[in-house]
Structures are given as C-alpha cells and as structure tokens.
Write a protein of this length. Structure first.
Length: 110
C-alpha cells in the first residue's frame, strides 16, 4: 500500500510540474533545459537513448547522483527545475564564462 501511495504521489507531482509521468523520450524532445539558482545560466541537455527530460531532472535533484556529465559536470544537486529552452543572449554567454575574443569597440588584433 505504501508503494501505491508513493507512485500516485510521484505521478501527481509530475503532472503539477507539467511533466508527463512517462517522460519525454529523446525522440519526443531534442533538448531539455534546466535552471538552478546555484548554476549560472540555463543547462541544456540532449537526452540519450533510454533517457528522458524527467529522468535527467531526477538525476540533477538526486543528492547522491554522480557519474554523469550533465550541465558541464556540475556538482549542484537539488533545486533544479525544467524550463523552456531559449537562445542565450551575449550577456548570458559571458556570465557563464565563455571566452571573449574582443571587447566591443576594440580591435581583436591588439
């Protein structure tokens, strides 16, 4: 009976989050995006075979999860939410630490 309650609670939670209990398989979703206050920017993940957006989210929120390299191999666990994937703005790219080739208005050859 305990397992039935747990299963129903998980299903209801997923529905409230807008995630299908069966999960979005790689063929149904090309990219899954996640956000966390402890992570700079949005994390975009392309699910592999047998993975879903829901299973990746569960991994990111599992305090003992290790061994996968989602989100640049971040060690941030817990507090992740699935978000809409959007293109990054230049300021988001700079904020996450991508190298800047030249400052605006400066010649890159200097």
């Amino acid at each position: 009976m305990k397992n039935v309650k747990r299963f129903l609670l998980c299903g209801v939670s997923l529905l409230l989050l807008g995630i299908s209990p069966r999960g979005d398989t790689a063929s149904e979703a090309d990219t899954c995006c996640y956000a966390n206050p402890g992570y700079s920017g949005t994390c975009a993940v392309t699910p592999g075979e047998g993975e879903s957006c829901a299973s990746i989210l569960a991994y990111l929120n599992n305090p003992t999860g290790h061994g996968k390299t989602y989100c640049g191999g971040t060690k941030v666990r817990g507090g992740w939410k699935q978000v809409a994937c959007e293109e990054e703005t230049p300021s988001q790219i700079i904020a996450r630490g991508s190298p800047v080739l030249a400052e605006p208005g400066r010649d890159a050859r200097r």
